[in-house]
Design a protein around this ligand. Structure first.
Ligand SMILES: Cc1cc2nc3c(=O)[nH]c(=O)nc-3n(C[C@H](O)[C@H](O)[C@H](O)COP(=O)(O)OP(=O)(O)OC[C@H]3O[C@@H](n4cnc5c(N)ncnc54)[C@H](O)[C@@H]3O)c2cc1C
Ligand code: FES
Ligand code: FES
Length: 503
């Protein structure tokens, strides 16, 4: 097996450890770097947070660093990247983040502290303007600390951000003695690794487009597969999609092509939300992100993984479904396109053979007047999966619904396109009575079950509430939330004759 070559803090590493081995286990057991803590090993606590730096920019002359949970990342994906641990951030004096944590008394047992220092430092390493309080809160949303409380941690984050001011970014932090100097050499070292690895022609590369894919475990971001099969993956034959370079190129990036927005399946949630083409079409996308997983997970979780994991409550899945997306699947040279609303066939059953890879997702071009919305309710605000989620793509003209794509998650065995509801709404005026009728149609389409996330009745109620929140939020000129507060609206409205329509 070819070595995996990468940079660990200030050292070049070449390892023959299995590609599916967790970075966390590699660090603690093979490098004895035990500052990176093992807590939940499921991406929930943030104790294992490290920074991953990847060459970026037109000339590949800078490295972009992002915090990730090392307990859900395969060693194989470190190839040509910079892995930075808490040990790598240390200086002779305390860094601004460490000093602020000490000053605020924000570390008691200390188990969570290394991960928090890494995330907050990662935030200061982002190029750009001064870090504000919202960003600090977002950076901390992937961390649990059970002994000191979050107020002192948030205060420490704010103080560290104030200390650094506008001198964020790697170069400024190094120049100001707030980050070790080895960071400045890292781009050149990674370029050298890339050049040498390319020259060596990796004979062991897993060709994910070949027949070989069948018996292997396919890993994209790893945030589902390691939670579900974490014990088995390190010993299995793995296809690290983010490593197989030719395939990876086809699976990355966002571009407008042939009337679609083409999203590479390996696009992470954060990359999706940051992209100008996505922001143009879904202006609130950054707000949605705060309700999805955590910064560390969103830096790993891919859109393709969300779709293929086939959870009925996948947050990106329900959005892509509402957008009328299509999926491009490839096996060897054969490629086919499947409409997303025909992909799911039952609980975790879908129209894909084990050896097919989801290459990209095609979102139809949205007309400038098309509005997009998304809602989610979960048991806690951050770092929790949905009880029910809901998304809509709607074009209206002259006060009437023209094109409607509503989808809902958590109320059926599959992520559900509300076909009958969409058909009913098309051509109808946008008013309260129509929406009340649409709620009744939606109730005939969903089949929620009671489980730990809520009773079936509660999920039925949530479906109504989220649809109202969506539609009043998307069409404030026609609908207000107050109109729906009356007692009549939440009891079951009479189901309309769907076939007849109103207008
Ligand atoms: C702490 C935590 C919080 C989370 N919170 C949320 C949340 O709020 N909302 C949400 O929707 N999800 C959440 N998730 C779930 C997860 O992050 C998402 O489902 C994510 O999109 C999975 O993508 P991945 O790239 O990590 O998939 P992986 O784990 O790599 O793969 C998932 C499955 O899909 C297959 N696969 C992946 N990519 C491809 C491909 N291109 N072609 C063929 N097969 C493929 C894999 O073989 C595997 O079976 C959370 C997970 C964790 C650990
Ligand atoms: S050990 Fe808890 S997030 Fe990794
Ligand atoms: S200081 Fe103990 S868990 Fe955070």
């Amino acid at each position: 097996m070819a070595d995996t070559r990468f940079l660990l803090n200030d050292r070049q590493i070449s390892t023959t450890q299995p590609r599916g081995l967790l970075v966390l286990d590699y660090l603690r057991h093979h490098e004895r770097q035990t500052g990176t803590k093992e807590g939940c090993k499921e991406g929930d606590c943030g104790a294992c947070t490290v920074l991953i730096g990847e060459l970026d920019g037109a000339e590949l002359d800078v490295i972009r660093y992002r915090p990730v949970t090392s307990c859900l990342m395969p060693v194989g994906e470190l190839e040509g990247r910079h892995l930075v641990t808490i040990e790598g951030l240390n200086l002779p004096e305390l860094t601004p983040v460490q000093q602020a944590i000490v000053d605020q008394g924000a570390s008691q047992c200390g188990f969570c502290t290394p991960g928090i220092v890494v995330s907050l430092t990662g935030l200061l390493m982002q190029e750009g303007t001064k870090v504000d309080r919202t960003k600090v809160k977002h950076a901390l949303s992937g961390h649990l600390c059970r002994c000191t409380g979050y107020r002192s941690l948030k205060a420490a984050g704010d103080i560290a951000a104030d200390t650094v001011g506008e001198r964020t970014g790697v170069e400024s932090l190094v120049a100001d003695g707030r980050l070790p100097a080895f960071f400045l050499d890292a781009p050149a070292q990674l370029r050298q690794i890339h050049a040498e690895t390319a020259a060596e022609a990796d004979g062991d590369a897993f060709d994910a487009t070949s027949e070989e894919i069948g018996p292997g475990v396919v890993i994209a971001g790893g945030t589902d597969i390691y939670v579900q099969q974490g014990e088995d993956v390190p010993d299995a034959k793995v296809a690290v999609l983010n490593k197989t370079s030719e395939l990876r190129q086809a699976m990355r990036g966002i571009e407008r092509r042939n009337g679609h927005l083409r999203i590479g399946a390996l696009t992470t949630f954060e990359e999706f939300a940051e992209h100008p083409e996505v922001r143009k079409r879904i202006p609130d996308i950054a707000d949605y992100m705060y309700l999805i997983a955590s910064w560390q997970i969103r830096n790993r979780a891919t859109l393709g993984g969300n779709v293929v994991n086939a959870s009925p409550i996948g947050d990106m899945t329900v959005l892509l479904l509402a957008l009328g997306s299509e999926l491009v699947l490839r096996r060897g040279d054969a490629q086919r396109t499947v409409p997303m609303n025909a992909f799911y066939q039952g609980y975790k059953r879908f129209d894909k053979t084990p050896d097919e890879i989801l290459i990209s997702i095609l979102i139809p071009e949205l007309d400038a007047t098309t509005r997009v919305g998304w809602e989610k309710v979960s048991k806690r605000k951050c770092l929790d999966i949905a009880t029910v989620n809901c998304a809509a793509r709607i074009r209206a003209e002259g006060g009437r619904f023209v094109e409607v794509g509503l989808a809902v998650g958590g109320v059926a065995p599959i992520p559900l396109e509300l076909k009958a509801t969409n058909d009913f709404l098309r051509g109808q005026p946008i008013d309260r009575s129509v929406v009340e009728c649409a709620l009744a149609v939606a109730q005939t389409e969903i089949t929620p079950i009671s489980d730990v996330r809520g009773s079936a009745d509660y999920k039925r109620l949530l479906t109504c509430q989220l649809m109202i929140a969506l539609l009043t939020g998307m069409f404030p000129e026609h609908l207000t939330a107050a109109e729906f507060l009356g007692p009549a609206s939440r009891s079951s409205p009479p189901a309309p004759d769907v076939g007849a329509g109103r207008a």
